[in-house]
Design a protein around this ligand. Sequence first.
Ligand SMILES: [Cu+2]
Length: 268
Amino acid sequence: MRGSAATALLIFIALIFFVGITVYLFAIHYFAPPPPITSVGVRIDHQYDLTLYVTGIAFILAQLGLGWAVFHYRDRGKPARFTRGNTALEIAWTVITATVFLGLGGLAARSWAETRLTNAKPGAIRVEVTEEQFTYYFRYPGRDGKFGRLDPSLVSAPTGNPLGLDPNDPAGRDDIVASTLTVPVNHPVELTIRSQDVIHNFFVRELRLQQDAVPGMTVPLHFTPDRIGRYYIVCTQLCGMDHNQMHSFLDVVSEADYQKFLRRAEAQ
Ligand SMILES: [Cu+2]
């Protein structure tokens, strides 16, 4: 319809409706994850909220601007005019976007780095996480605090040695291998994450941590859970046909229950 203000207005209203629904879904926390169980997780949530506010405001302004442009520049029955744009405006929004983007990234980097690039607190419980299609193994060093030597040529899940523990290494005799991760509450935990075949992932929503397990690498990751409970550990890399089955559990338990777990595991 030539010069129809009604059509342009309709598109404008549709855009506002779409913006309203989107903002509403975020405002009621429709997509919100379960509450975090670490102090770093709380900070990551704050960072996430900050990013969401900033990008949300940009989103609303951009959509309103789009609606305004659709209405203002509607077909009025005159020939279109060619424009080369506005250099000052282009520079301005490029600089603003870059500043906001780098600023948010810089703020977030500290929380991110704290779980990866800094050392775990002294006395952290060390657990080696090994992933393979389509399962998780969690190895504790046992009473001696030392992990036994691994020999890839000895890897054999059917004979009960899925990690290839060397039976001749005394440090490995008391190592505990479990299929779920059990840790005491309020105690720092340091994981080293590895893979025995393809790229997998270690993701726990409540920890706000997601880390790839890459063959040939051992990736450190540490956290201190502050709430007792059972949480899903899932693999978020498409790692094969049964990828969707690949999960385990993080059990955060009391100190007494943790000791019980260790004793039970040692007895086996
Ligand atoms: Cu996987």
